[in-house]
Ligand binder design. Structure first.
Ligand code: IMP
Ligand code: MG
Length: 185
């Protein structure tokens, strides 16, 4: 496996900055959802590190569930308009205050489809918390109620974001130099 230092163009958001911002989001969410009806839904797999830290930063009582979606076709680093549920929730979200937890909103197609699908299940409320917002790439209209950071139109990795499924464990968000990155064989 290639050492990420070989293709790391820059550290965009370091560990300390991530942790501080996530604590702020946690405090904001705790104040907004005081009554124990909050259900955090982590979008697998990229949302996992963010979900863990965010959940720890939320002092209000809350539940957790997980779902996996995958988008059809197009290039490997592009999301299409069509999203398929690869693993559905275990909980019934009806009348719950649902907060979707995502690593990044890029084109917006993923979150737009998930929102449309979950709305049909009649939650009491349905909102989005995204660690990163790459707004320049947006194609679908998606409301982001809690946003960690606005980022430029660059391909990033670390803190949940993968390159060919690796590097999600890194504690920072880094920019990839795609000329230097070699995909695993
Ligand atoms: P969207 O449907 O285009 O908003 O794409 C969302 C998904 O694409 C995210 O959940 C990520 O898995 C992936 N993605 C988008 N941009 C990046 C990136 O810069 N690095 C790694 N994954 C990304
Ligand atoms: Mg993802």
């Amino acid at each position: 496996m290639q050492d990420y230092n070989e293709f790391l163009a820059e550290i965009l958001i370091d560990e300390k900055t991530l942790n501080e911002r996530i604590k702020e989001l946690g405090a904001e969410i705790s104040a907004d959802y005081p009554d124990g009806n909050l259900l955090l839904i982590c979008i697998l797999r990229g949302g996992v590190p963010f979900m863990v830290e965010l959940s720890r930063a939320i002092t209000a009582p809350h539940m957790m569930d997980f779902m996996a979606v995958s988008s059809y076709g197009v290039g490997k680093r592009e999301s299409s308009g069509t999203v398929r549920v690869a693993m559905d929730l275990q909980m019934d979200i009806r009348d719950k205050d649902v907060l979707l937890v995502e690593d990044i909103v890029d084109s917006g197609h993923t979150i737009a489809s998930v929102l449309e699908m979950l709305q049909l299940r009649q939650p009491r409320s349905l909102k989005v918390c995204a660690l990163l917002d790459k707004a320049e790439r947006r194609e679908a209209v998606v409301p982001i109620h809690y946003r960690g950071f606005d980022i430029p139109n660059k391909f990033v990795f670390g803190f949940g974001l993968d390159l060919d499924e690796y590097y999600r464990n890194l504690p920072f968000v880094g920019v990839v130099d795609l000329d230097k990155y070699k995909p695993p064989a």
